[in-house]
Design a protein around this ligand. Structure first.
Ligand code: BGC
Length: 416
């Protein structure tokens, strides 16, 4: 009797202390496709294992444009979530709003500076202090190909834009869709930046999308890239406008289409469908970009909240995100590579291994560039101006490439 009272007392005390630290952690993200949902489920599971509750705040819409709109209205109304998927220079914009929690305490305790590559850590800091924690590194300049489609069409997987049009013509002639594309501004921009990189190289890319140099944006080389980009449209199907990116990936998975230009979150869809790289599908750099790497780092910021239990929850979330176990399982599902240095890659497939090697080698060669389409190279207003110009041009049959380049300069200038 006495013992059971003691046991009851202990378990009540334990229960109370768990409750004192348990928090309902609301997390905003836009990971709703098959592969994405599997990935984020791992984070939920690990946070729950630390005694917290996960409150899902998922806003559908690839690339996160809708999620950002919803987030802004929540923050403006004084009701931010505990954590949100925010990345790139936007982290600085949110830092300026003075709404982010300072994560330096946990960052110092866990030695984040030593765990992260410099290029990743820099993005996570606002005024020298950590305000964000990275989950991964995505590579954007990939092309996903279905080998069966290529075989049926007698085509070869291209490594240059000239070869690309030869292969695309063959696939089209064989009655299949050459390029699976979702006509949404962020997907248009994703394809466009790969064309620019392939046509003009990393130095030009940086001048255009990081330095926003007017002469580069409106140059013969940019006009050439715009022409190639527009020419791809003829190789997409009539169902393309408005299509979600993962449905375009599904077209490559099921052999309806030959190729897709998309970051390696597309691999998450192939993985979720049980497909094996090198056998069921091929990952290659977009034509002309094998020596370059367009990076896109997903990260979470925590909002500055008064609730002590929530602060514990936020720290536990941040710590979970950088743990080797999470970095491995999440990125195996997501298609990306770990953000954390020196993690074993033996469980990863060849596409991820190539990505990890290229991340290091391109950093050395100065051909590692931030993705414009995924908010890594500019503030969101500039990105929006580029999106608008690129999409309008892509969808029009009357705007010339010369006029589009001219407009690009003006739109970018107006957004500064
Ligand atoms: C994000 C990825 C996401 C993709 C499609 C990108 O901007 O970085 O994590 O999978 O959008 O939604």
């Amino acid at each position: 009797m006495r013992i059971s009272k003691l046991v009851l007392g202990i378990s009540m005390a334990l229960g109370l202390s768990m409750a004192a630290h348990a928090a309902e952690v609301e997390v905003l993200h836009w990971w709703t496709s098959g592969g994405e949902a599997k990935s984020v489920a791992e984070l939920k599971k690990m946070l729950e294992a630390k005694g917290h509750q996960w409150k899902d705040f998922a806003v559908a819409g690839g690339g996160g444009e809708s999620a950002m709109t919803v987030l802004k209205s929540r923050v403006v109304s004084g009701n931010p979530p505990a954590a949100a998927q925010i990345k790139g220079p936007s982290i600085q914009e949110w830092g300026d709003e003075e709404v982010l929690a300072n994560l330096d305490g946990i960052a110092k305790a866990e030695g984040w500076d030593a765990l992260l590559p410099g290029v990743v850590a820099d993005v996570m800091k606002y005024q020298g202090k950590y305000v964000a924690v990275p989950v991964n590194v995505h590579r954007v300049n990939w092309m996903w190909a279905n080998p069966e489609v290529f075989k049926k069409a007698g085509a070869t997987v291209p490594t240059t834009w000239d070869e690309f049009f030869v292969a695309a013509d063959k696939i089209k002639a064989a009655g299949m869709t050459a390029v699976a594309h979702g006509g949404q501004p962020w997907q248009d921009a994703t394809m466009f930046e790969s064309v620019v990189l392939g046509v003009a190289g990393a130095e030009f890319y940086n001048k255009a999308f990081v330095a926003l140099d007017a002469q580069t944006l409106n140059s013969p080389t940019m006009i050439e890239a715009l022409k190639i980009f527009h020419k791809i449209k003829a190789y997409t199907d009539p169902g393309s406008p408005g299509r979600d990116w993962n449905l375009a990936t599904a077209m490559v998975i099921n052999g309806e289409a030959g190729m897709q230009f998309m970051g390696d979150w597309a691999k998450g869809e192939f993985t979720a469908a049980g497909k094996v790289p090198g056998k069921d599908y091929i990952c290659v750099a977009a034509p002309g970009t094998a020596d370059d790497f367009t990076f896109n780092i997903d990260s979470f910021v925590m909002f500055d909240l008064d609730d002590k239990a929530l602060q514990v929850g936020q720290n536990d979330l941040a710590s979970t995100i950088l743990s080797p176990a999470f970095q491995e399982i999440f990125n195996l599902n997501k298609g990306s590579i770990p953000a954390r240095l020196n993690l074993p890659m033996d469980k990863f497939d060849d596409c991820a291994k190539l990505s990890a090697e290229d991340f290091v080698s391109t950093a050395k060669a100065n051909t590692l560039v931030p993705s414009m389409a995924h908010g890594m190279s500019t503030f969101s207003s500039t990105q929006g101006a580029i999106y608008d110009t690129v999409t309008e041009f892509y969808n029009s049959d009357s705007i010339t490439a010369e006029a589009a380049a001219d407009k690009l300069v003006k739109a970018v200038a107006a957004a500064q």
